[in-house]
Design a protein around this ligand. Structure first.
Ligand SMILES: Nc1ncnc2c1ncn2[C@@H]1O[C@H](COP(=O)(O)OP(=O)(O)O)[C@@H](O)[C@H]1O
Ligand SMILES: [Mg+2]
Length: 243
């Protein structure tokens, strides 16, 4: 598949701590084309977050090969990986991971500060564009702890997309949200996918997973299913987003 942005070949991850080895992932092979929207599903402890950390280059596999945009990540140093990650990948987590007592603006600015190439560009414009796209521009001067859970997650989405990444990874992004806020986040992810971003969503909820176009099933660290979503759900909501 020439347009594959992600290729995992026999990917394995064994954690070792204090003499105890845990095989969290083993023999996982699949690829993702640019522009796909994939859900990774599976029960708690099945290896979903581990897989996301490998694919997002937050951690290295202990076996197999991982190619991002056709290049083997083993050929990169940790510093090089960090640069690629910052430029090409956005992350959204269940617990939002915003800096506490820090403004919405500064939270969204963070990825730009790590990116040498962006130092001279107009950061404010990018930050406001990202905030507008998740309907949060009116909260730009709020501190992160003054926001509701749904608002926090929308700010986290703005932070994930401020660098205009190729791929957005979301690990249980609706896990801490009420159903209305969760649907808002799913709607934003679908809009981002319509605009061309590749989305990889980790969830244990079937309903959430069905907003994707393809579902991978993980069980006991192995890939046990890979299917196109036939009755895809489209999240609708009030107000205009992503103008
Ligand atoms: N940092 C770690 N050190 C040791 N074991 C870990 C670590 N992270 C995850 N694991 C183990 O790996 C397995 C898969 O975990 P995880 O990927 O978090 O699953 P999921 O996200 O599907 O709930 C579990 O058995 C978990 O306990
Ligand atoms: Mg997890």
């Amino acid at each position: 598949m020439s347009s594959a942005i992600i290729q995992a070949k026999n990917l394995c991850k064994t954690y070792s701590s204090e003499g105890v080895a845990t095989a969290a992932l083993c023999g996982v092979t699949f690829s993702v084309a640019k522009g796909e929207f994939i859900s990774i599903m599976g029960p708690s402890g099945s290896g979903k977050s581990t897989l996301m950390q490998m694919l997002g280059m937050l951690d290295r596999p202990t076996g197999g090969e991982y190619l991002f945009e056709g290049k083997n990540i083993n050929d990169y140093t940790d510093d090089e990986l960090a640069k690629i990650r910052n430029k090409k990948i956005g992350f959204i987590f269940q617990s939002f991971n915003l800096l506490p007592r820090t403004s919405v603006y500064e939270n969204v600015e963070l990825p730009l500060l790590y990116d040498d190439d962006h130092l001279e560009m107009n950061n404010e414009e990018k930050i406001m564009k990202a905030l507008r796209s998740v309907g949060m521009e009116h909260r730009v001067d709020y501190l992160s702890n003054q926001l509701s859970g749904g608002e926090k997650q929308r700010v986290a989405v703005a932070r994930a997309l401020v660098n205009d990444p190729e791929v957005i990874f979301a690990d249980e992004p609706t896990g801490n949200l009420d159903s209305k806020s969760g649907l808002q986040v799913m709607r934003i992810l679908q809009e981002l996918n319509n605009q061309g971003h590749t989305i990889i969503l980790v969830t244990h909820e079937t309903y959430t997973a069905q907003h994707a176009k393809r579902i991978l099933q993980v069980k006991d660290g192995k890939l046990v299913g890979d299917a196109i979503v036939t009755n895809r759900l489209i999240a609708k909501g009030e107000g205009e987003l992503l103008k």
